[in-house]
Design a protein around this ligand. Structure first.
Ligand code: FES
Ligand SMILES: [Fe+2]
Length: 387
């Protein structure tokens, strides 16, 4: 209700939440390879990352293998139903254990010499063990990465030995994520999209200033352009956009309001998660993973449906939503992103300038700078505005 009220205020007055000032970011932040390497190590490899949704690992033995930022990651739900993160690398002579993908395994067997590991990563079998020689199996379990499940999301650190506390990391944003009830959705589709560089990509997820122009055929049809209600939770942010029908609320008594019919929420988890409920029963989860260079990323797009579509009409509605998000992101957002990158070396700009109406993008860049100076991942709650 409060969000709808704040959004309606802006709609009526043609205003938006604003940062205190405009902000300049030098182009080197988008192109410099050395800076990129340092930022990836600090921001992506040392902070808790949203690596999967809990519902991707539905039961004991479910696994999900993926290579993130060059790190071979294996997630497995154990027999105690806890998800563990491990390096997907055999402790004998380092073969990769599971092909990237998902499924269920009774046991994890190495394709090279058939050492076997249980769901908890313990070494349980060595082929020809008598001939191999004595070793303590418990010293050769898979290398663990710290991992916690919160709010239907699997968070992990990609650096062995690093630990974090998910509640501290998320703060009040954790409760916000809980309201999405992610465990109870149905996974309709998942795909990996190549995109432009990390910052160009994420900048686009954090403002509605571009919606009317870039997305006029897709999400722009449903969204009020240049209207943002912003709440921050340290580095994490909740963006509220207005739907085209927002103005109708001005004619209705407040007790009749159905606020979610008129606004749209984006939950943005630092540094690479965006959860967007666009059309009622459908939700788009995006995880942006930087590639080998400052100008490449892979975005994992997961389409969730409130309940498993059964009828042809329901399946078609989900397919329409999926196609809409694909077009909006791959063709429209990433089309602009690639075009920005094709001009990065043109020397037209020494910096990019972010408007007062782009406060979430400003916050995002400020938190990158802050984490580059911080040695831990404990953030202080700030007053919620860009500063
Ligand atoms: S490398 Fe895995 S069993 Fe030898
Ligand atoms: Fe966009």
């Amino acid at each position: 209700m409060q969000l709808a009220e704040r959004a309606l205020q802006h709609f009526t007055h043609k205003t938006t939440d604003q940062a205190g000032s405009t902000m300049e970011i030098p182009l080197s932040a988008y192109r410099d390879e050395a800076q990129y390497g340092r930022e990836i190590d600090r921001v992506f490899k040392r902070l808790p990352l949203a690596v999967a949704l809990s519902l991707e690992l539905p039961e004991a033995g479910s696994y999900r293998a993926m290579t993130l930022l060059g790190v071979p990651l294996l997630l497995v739900r154990g027999d105690d139903l806890k998800v563990r993160a491990m390096l997907n690398v055999c402790r004998h002579r380092g073969a990769k254990l599971c092909e990237d993908g998902a499924g269920n395994k009774r046991i994890i067997a190495c394709p090279y010499h058939a050492w076997t590991y249980n769901h908890e990563g313990g070494l349980v079998g060595r082929y020809g063990g008598d001939t191999f020689g004595e070793i303590a199996n418990d010293k050769y379990g898979l290398t663990r990465l710290h991992c916690e499940e919160r709010a239907g999301i699997v968070w992990a650190s990609l650096t062995p030995g690093d630990v974090f506390d998910a509640d501290t990391w998320l703060g009040d944003f954790g409760e916000e994520l809980e309201t999405l009830d992610l465990n109870n959705w149905h996974l309709f589709e998942q795909r990996d999209l190549p995109g432009p560089g990390w910052k160009v990509t994420m900048d686009g997820y954090l403002e509605a200033y571009h919606h009317q122009l870039v997305h006029r055929e897709t999400v722009g049809k449903y969204t009020v352009g240049n209207l943002l209600v912003l709440d921050t939770y340290g580095p994490h942010q909740r963006l509220t956009f207005g739907r085209k029908s927002l103005g109708e609320l001005a004619q209705q008594p407040q007790q009749d309001w159905q606020p979610m019919e008129h606004i749209r929420l984006i939950h943005s988890g630092f540094p690479n998660l965006s959860i967007s409920g666009i059309l009622g029963d459908h939700c788009l989860v995006s995880q942006v993973f930087p590639g080998q260079t400052p100008t490449t990323t892979i975005t994992r797009q997961t389409i969730l449906v409130a309940k498993k579509p059964q009828t042809d009409a329901e399946i078609q509605a989900s397919e329409v939503f999926s196609a809409l998000t694909l077009k909006a992101v791959q063709i429209e957002d990433y089309g602009i992103g690639f075009s920005i990158q094709s001009c990065l070396d043109s020397r037209a700009n020494e910096h990019f300038i972010f408007g007062r109406n782009e406060p979430a993008v400003q916050n995002y860049h400020r938190w990158i700078e802050r984490f580059m100076k911080l040695n831990n991942n404990v953030w202080e709650n700030t007053d919620g505005t860009a500063q």
